[in-house]
Ligand binder design. Sequence first.
Ligand SMILES: Nc1ncnc2c1ncn2[C@@H]1O[C@H](COP(=O)(O)OP(=O)(O)OP(=O)(O)O)[C@@H](O)[C@H]1O
Length: 347
Amino acid sequence: MIKFENVSKQYERNGITTQALNNINLTIAKGDIYGIIGYSGAGKSTLVRLINFLERPTEGSVRIHNQLLNQLSSQELRQVRRKIGMIFQHFNLLESKTVFENVAIPLVLIKKDKQTIKQKVYELLEFVGLSDKANSYPKELSGGQKQRIGIARALANNPDILLCDEATSALDPQTTQSILDLIKQINEKYKITVVLITHEMSVIERICHKVAVMEKGNIIEHGNVLDVFGHPKHHTTQNFVSSVINDQIPSGVVENLLKIEGNKNNIKLFKLEFLGRSASEPVINSLILQQIVIVNILFAHMSEIEKTVLGSMFVQLKGENNNIDKAVHYLRERGVQVTEIKQWEIN
Ligand SMILES: Nc1ncnc2c1ncn2[C@@H]1O[C@H](COP(=O)(O)OP(=O)(O)OP(=O)(O)O)[C@@H](O)[C@H]1O
């Protein structure tokens, strides 16, 4: 378990103070894949550097497995750090060393014998699917292969925490997916807690169980990915969510509708949001079968997070006003969140 209690961090440079973290309270449970998302400068890297105490907090405490890092000696801190692996956006491999030598570095540093090192390095290379590259140099590898080597090196000391600092930001979408799959496999197979920082919501969507959204040194929202995605409260979270879930009606759809209906005062437009059970039941079909209103589906978007479907749909409901009210009530009773799009929001 990783626990931040009232943690603040200020940097002083040339007489200028930057408040990088502001009274952070956060608990990351053992075995979680915890995503930290925020725009540039939000404080994500600082937060992660506090987990291995590469930075010390100005105020507050950081605990790992109930051990208070603030009180540890340098020797004790080195022991704690050995159990924390880290991977980086630009891989941080030593260009002058072979793949084998790069993966071996953490083991050489703790003076393991040659045979143990050889066995462990080949086991790790096998795990990341690159045993045939042991004698290659980093410059001979693709970005995805370099990151696999970075991961093998991070696992060399059998860590129980893996920190991923924008680990897929320099990779194309397909390679990103394969690296995320590998991180997920590590989490499941070795029960390693993963803390992953990113500015891409799609990364969070794909593998994280929990997420904290950061802005200006504060955690503005946190919780299960599904809860944060399903009901984002803060404007910044809504922006991140809209990058993976298109919850705005495209203007072309509205223009077509206005052409057909002639007058926007005639249009009754609703946004329906489905989460979990309501997304897998035939709610719209049952509404249509009620025959109280005509349902014109204009636009829909579905996403899957942690095996739960999340969706938004824009519909035009046609009929008598009291029947439209009944239809809205019918949907709400079945767990669908219904919001009317007001006329002034249509154009
Ligand atoms: N070593 C440092 N000295 C002075 N200021 C720093 C230092 N490291 C970070 N900062 C400042 O602290 C704030 C938070 O930086 P941090 O790198 O933690 O943010 P971030 O969310 O990781 O950003 P990015 O995504 O761009 O890496 C920024 O204003 C940054 O300029």
